[in-house]
Each structure stands twice: as C-alpha cells, then as structure tokens.
Design a protein around this ligand. Structure first.
Ligand code: NAP
Length: 284
C-alpha cells in the first residue's frame, strides 16, 4: 500500500516555541495548560517539555533555537540563575527563577511568578493585609510565599523542621520563626503548607497532626496533586476553610503567559483545564 499521511497527527510548525525545563517533567500539567491556553488565545505557539540533562547546554539552546520563553521547575529554579543575562527584583530576593523571557536580541531575563500566583489566589478568598500566616517549610516555595505576603502587608511566621534553615530565612526576611515540633503553640489566620509532604503517591501523609489545625481559620496546601491532600481533608474536619494548590498553579502559569505575550490569559479557562485533568487522575 502506498504511504499516506492521512490520519497521522503531523507536527505543526508554529511560529513560536515555549518550553519547560525540569527533571523529571513527565507529570507536569504545564504543557497541557499552556498549549490549551495558546490555542484558546489564538497564539500561534507550541509549549514543549524538556527533561534537562545539562542545564548550561539547555540554556544555550534557548538562544540557539530562539525559544521565546521557558518555565523552569525542580530542580533548576536556583541553578539556572547564573546563566541568565538579567533577573527581576522578585527572583533576586526569592533566590529562584521559574520563568525566562527571551527578548528579540537573545537576551535572557529571569522572573519569579510563584509568589504572584500565590498572592493572586489568596486574594480571591481572604484579605492579606494585617493577617498572620504560618508558612510550613523554608524551601523555594516558602521563600516565594514569604516575599509575596510581606509585599502585601501580611505577617508571615516561618515554621520549619530544620531549625537553622528556618531561623536563617526568618532573619533574612525579618520575620518570626518556630520549629515545626512546636507548631501547636502557633495561632494564625492562615496556615500554608509549602512542604512536599502529602503529594502523590504519599496521599495519606500530612506534615501536621490534626490537633494543631484548630489554631487556623484558613488552611492552604500548595500541593495540587492530589487535589485534596490529607492536610486539607483533616482541616475541613477541624472546621477550617481550605484552599488547594490549583489556584496558585494556574495564576503562576497565567503570569508567565503575560510575561511572554504581553496579553492577559483566560484564567478561568486555564483552571477548568487543570481541574479536569486532576479529577481524571484522582479517579485513577
Ligand atoms: P524545597 O525547596 O525542596 O523545600 C521543601 C521544604 O519542605 C523544606 O523546607 C523541607 O524542610 C520541608 N520538608 C520536606 N520534607 C519534609 C518532611 N517530611 N517534614 C517536614 N518538612 C519537610 O521544595 P520547594 O521547591 O519549596 O517545593 C515545595 C512544594 O511546593 C512541592 O510539593 C512543589 O510541587 C510545590 N509547589 C507548588 C506550586 C504551585 O504552583 N502550586 C509552585 C511551586 C512549588 P527542611 O528544611 O527541614 O529540609
């Protein structure tokens, strides 16, 4: 039989390429969310996930292939910084880049949209100014959260397992610190989990015992897989209002599209796409 391309999903030739750099990247929802959003916005672009083996070579590839923008994820958010030509104020203070923009001359600028994603999502449910926030963890996501909350007039309290790391971060940002082992002494308007404890496949794990949850009116988990972590299920039983990590994920991605295209993306559409896929996964 003569060869035919009928029925074969041929590769399109979009005018612009965007990418995800991470390792691993297989479970990321960013390719689904960004490609669906580009189509919805009628942007002629394609977003490709790359499992990066050599970061320096990968960054060279941004210029070499004229990739217009890149999302950066675990474990490269800090490691990528020395390879870029410029950094915005937030990525410098947080110490992590999750977004790269390639300007038309091949100049690469790093941004951090995680903090904005978190703030945009929180603001939809509660007022930040003057409120206290217990931040569980002292890693990159915790730094983004503390940076954003301070900017918006919130009062963060860092709560971490490794005391020296938490204390050092509290000193740097000028806020309070408590060891995780003493969490039951902390009362705050909102608790935000930025540790990976409870993420799939460890769905039954929680970073906190149930008894501590009564000290918080709101509990947010920035994990979004599963959608309702054990921490959030316990918090609901304790009478707290809860926020999943989906809103932050969608808003950080929406802010990336704004940086890359200069246009406001359809955030509700993006959230719908991500929620649909997560519900399918929860049913697995
Ligand atoms: P990271 O830099 O590795 O930091 C992880 C923090 O969690 C550390 O402070 C660590 O404490 C703490 N931790 C880890 N295991 C723990 C345990 N068993 N008990 C108590 N504390 C523990 O990670 P990251 O980049 O901040 O990311 C953290 C999570 O945020 C990941 O699940 C990531 O997927 C999620 N995230 C979500 C979004 C979103 O858009 N929703 C965006 C960014 C990140 P020690 O200091 O004691 O080691």
């Amino acid at each position: 039989m003569a060869p035919t391309t009928k029925g074969i999903d041929t590769v399109r030739n979009p005018s612009e390429i965007f990418a995800l750099f991470g390792n691993p990247v297989g479970h990321s929802l960013s390719p689904l969310m960004h490609n669906a959003t580009f189509t919805e916005m009628k942007v002629d672009a394609h977003y490709v996930p790359f499992c990066v083996e050599n970061l320096e070579d990968a960054v060279r590839g941004i210029r070499g292939f004229n990739i217009r923008g890149v999302s950066v994820t675990i474990p490269f958010k800090t490691a990528v910084m020395p390879y870029l030509d410029a950094l915005d104020e937030s990525s410098l203070e947080i110490g992590a880049v999750n977004t790269i923009l390639n300007d038309s001359n091949g100049g690469l600028k790093g941004y951090n949209t995680d903090w904005l994603g978190l703030i945009r999502d929180l603001e939809e449910s509660l007022e930040i100014r003057g409120k206290t926030f217990a931040i569980l963890g002292a890693g990159g996501a915790a730094r983004a959260a503390v940076f954003g909350l301070l900017r918006e007039g919130g009062i963060p309290i860092i709560v971490n397992r490794t005391i020296e790391k938490g204390q050092e971060m509290a000193r740097e940002f000028g806020c309070q610190f408590s060891p995780l082992s003493e969490i039951e002494k902390i009362k705050a308007d909102c608790l935000i989990n930025t540790t990976p404890v409870g993420m799939a496949p460890d769905r039954e794990k929680s970073p906190l015992g149930r008894e501590s949850l009564v000290n918080f009116r709101w509990v947010m988990d920035i994990i979004y897989n599963p959608l309702k972590t054990r921490l959030l299920r316990d918090a609901e039983e304790a009478g707290c209002s809860v926020l999943t990590g989906v809103g932050m994920f969608v808003h950080q991605g929406a802010e990336q599209i704004k940086i890359w295209t200069g246009r406001e993306p359809p955030r509700a559409f993006m959230k719908g796409i991500v929620l649909e896929r997560l519900k399918e996964r929860d049913g697995d």
